[in-house]
Design a protein around this ligand. Structure first.
Ligand code: B12
Ligand code: SF4
Ligand code: SF4
Length: 256
């Protein structure tokens, strides 16, 4: 539907959902749908923070709505919960510290500072949205396309890290997760495994140590070092002999 141009009742209509250079949040606030909360996304009295925005540009004459007043009051829950302190001030997000940016948009290795706070978030982060007290007014959407798929509700990390490119594409067909591609997906899964502090994943990690992707190998080194430092020391020289990528070599550095 995104970017669709049509004529309806004599007016031009163009529809966008997160696909055009439009600032949807200030537009939604001006349209009276809600207000930009201290976490910077739109909050509605009816839907809380759990909503997507869509925009319709039209030449039709429409009545003008009143902008919605800001209604956060003294609440600071979203600012306090952020695992990376991404809010330098209320209503102001530093996207360079946001895990939604690193897990979804960022193409390179996850900067070291953000690996532990990332926990086991494989795609995006919703913490600041999830704690908003206005969510108590939200209800589950009846839209079938927004329903979660049972096989993806609590996926096992060991299964996710073993998945190949074709399996990844099949599992996430029709889902935005597919957009990040297999390599970035494995990078995020390996960070989640490294944060699990559970040695049961060591063999899964070892199976990715010689992956053709340097991004994946680098994340596997980090995960192995966290889960089993002795094993990491034992295999270090063997892997370094064949490693040409400077970023992956850097992951091995500092170990003797
Ligand atoms: C770029 C972008 C991101 C970036 C930057 C986020 C951001 N807050 O801007 C990243 C990748 C980090 C991101 C993350 C997420 N995003 Co996003 N994102 C966008 C996108 C494409 C553009 C947003 C934008 O214009 N940012 C630019 C900045 C300048 O805008 P702003 O924060 O609103 O800035 C205002 C205030 O912060 C303030 N301000 C900013 N700087 C300063 C400085 C000073 C001094 C002062 C006083 C004020 C001030 O004034 C600005 C103007 O109003 C929109 C879609 C769209 N086209 O609008 C979706 C959108 C905002 N994202 C969305 C979602 C759902 C998310 C995530 C929850 C995804 C996830 N689960 O991982 C997270 C939430 C993180 C968060 N707390 O914002 C939804 C939000 C729905 C809603 N309820 O509003 C949108 C609207 C997409 C959609 N159509 O549904 N996103
Ligand atoms: S999405 Fe997560 S990391 Fe980003 S600002 Fe919200 S709580 Fe912080
Ligand atoms: S959690 Fe509190 S401060 Fe943050 S947007 Fe919701 S009401 Fe506003």
């Amino acid at each position: 539907m995104a970017g669709l141009l049509a004529r309806r009742g004599g007016a031009d209509v163009k529809v966008f959902v997160d696909t055009a250079p439009l600032m949807e949040k200030p537009l939604a606030e001006a349209a009276g749908l809600g207000w930009q909360g201290k976490h910077s996304v739109l909050v509605s009295r009816e839907w809380g923070s759990w909503l997507f925005l869509g925009a319709i540009l039209t030449s039709a004459e429409l009545p003008v709505d009143k902008p919605h007043p800001e209604s956060c009051g003294s609440c600071t829950r979203c600012l306090d919960v952020c695992p990376t302190n991404a809010f330098p001030a209320p209503f102001r997000l530093d996207a360079r510290r946001c895990l939604a940016y690193y897990s979804v948009e960022h193409k390179g290795p996850i900067p070291r500072e953000f690996r532990r706070p990332m926990g086991n978030r494989i795609y995006g982060c919703d913490d600041c949205l999830a704690v908003c007290p206005w969510n108590k007014f939200a209800s589950v959407s009846r839209e079938a396309k927004l329903r979660s798929r049972p096989e993806l509700e609590r996926p096992a990390l060991a299964e996710l890290v073993a998945i190949d490119d074709a399996g990844f594409r099949a599992l996430f067909a029709g889902s935005p997760v597919k957009r990040i591609g297999h390599e970035r997906f494995l990078r995020n899964v390996l960070i989640g495994i490294g944060n699990s502090e559970s040695e049961i994943f060591v063999n899964s990690v070892l199976s990715r140590m010689a992956d053709p992707s340097a991004l994946v190998r680098g994340a596997a080194v980090w995960a192995l070092r966290r889960l089993d430092p002795e094993q990491a020391s034992a295999v270090r020289e063997r892997h370094l002999d064949n490693e040409t990528d400077p970023a992956v070599r850097d992951e091995w550095s500092g170990m003797v």
